[in-house]
Write a protein that binds this ligand. Structure first.
Ligand code: 48H
Ligand code: FE2
Length: 264
């Protein structure tokens, strides 16, 4: 067998290329159309539809992985339940579904998170890992959320006093899950936005799914809620490891943002 000739690249070039192309991305991201906080099911679904509509879309994810709560499955069993009409969304992502009964499907958690991420990226969304959003930018006249403050997750964990970078965005989506972190910080630090956070309720799966989707969307101008964050801010019940509402919520938020931005 012939020996394989591998192109030689030295360390300085490796560093220079990484810095050049990373900073090119950040320069572009610093002024976005849509910032999504959290790469869980609702965030990645929203990212896909927003990017597909041609909006400059970035997802900041605290961890070094995709999927949020998908990876843990149900008590770490690697299957999740999806119900109609969310199956249509999953089919658009090319995710395989096993029919359990009419309108109820089973999905493999690894395939679910991998394909959500892959489709969102292919549609043009930029997903950046290891970044935590810890504040918002606000503006008066009219009062609105106008972007986010970001910090390396590692820096946050270190406890070092490091100021963040600011990212401006026409729309910010809180897709951070149960803690609704972005809406919580906006509620606390910008009281004039008058956001109250009653907290999510205990499980009532059969009604929770529709309620989450219905209540997904704009919280205050510039700030939107998707996924479990909606339960936290609207006192809705949790539903456990059934994920139809998460993807439908992400889709609804994307549609609301596309409509709102086309009206401005
Ligand atoms: C950057 C952040 C920050 C931050 C958090 O929890 P998720 O999976 O969120 P959803 O709402 O898309 O999906 C919820 C679902 O997983 C779930 O928990 C369900 C259906 N539960 C039902 C029940 O009864 O319990 O993903 C949120 C993502 C995670 O990856 C976080 O790491 C990330 O957001 N994140 N990223 N900056 N401040 N906070
Ligand atoms: Fe959960």
């Amino acid at each position: 067998m012939d020996s394989i000739r591998i192109k030689q690249v030295d360390e300085v070039k490796i560093s220079r290329y990484i810095l050049k192309y990373t900073l090119e991305d950040w320069n572009n991201i610093v002024e976005s159309d849509a910032v999504i906080v959290g790469a869980g099911p609702s965030g990645m679904t929203a990212a896909y539809y927003l990017a597909k509509a041609g909006l400059k879309t970035v997802v900041f994810e605290r961890r070094l992985s995709f999927g949020g709560g998908i990876g843990g499955g149900a008590m770490q069993f690697h299957k999740l339940v999806i119900e109609t009409p969310a199956d249509e969304v999953l089919k658009e992502f090319g995710i395989s579904l096993t029919k359990a009964e009419e309108g109820v499907y089973i999905v493999d958690s690894a395939e679910f998170m991998a394909k959500l991420a892959s489709k969102a990226i292919d549609a043009g969304a930029k997903i950046i890992h290891g970044i935590s959003v810890d504040d918002v930018i606000f503006r008066e006249n009219p009062l609105r959320v106008a972007g986010v403050a970001v910090e390396w997750t590692g820096t946050q964990m270190s406890g070092l006093h490091v100021d963040p970078l600011f990212i401006s965005s026409k729309a910010v989506v809180d897709a951070t899950g149960h803690d609704a972190e972005v809406i919580s910080v906006a509620s606390r630090k910008v009281p004039e936005l008058q956001i109250s956070i009653p907290g999510e309720k205990s499980a009532y799966s059969s009604i929770a799914e529709e309620l989450v989707v219905e209540n997904s969307g704009k919280v205050v101008p510039g700030l939107y809620a998707a996924g479990m964050a909606v339960c936290e801010i609207k006192a809705l019940p949790r539903m456990g490891p059934i994920f139809g509402a998460m993807v439908l919520s992400g889709k609804k938020v994307a549609e609301d943002i596309i409509r709102d931005l086309s009206n401005t």
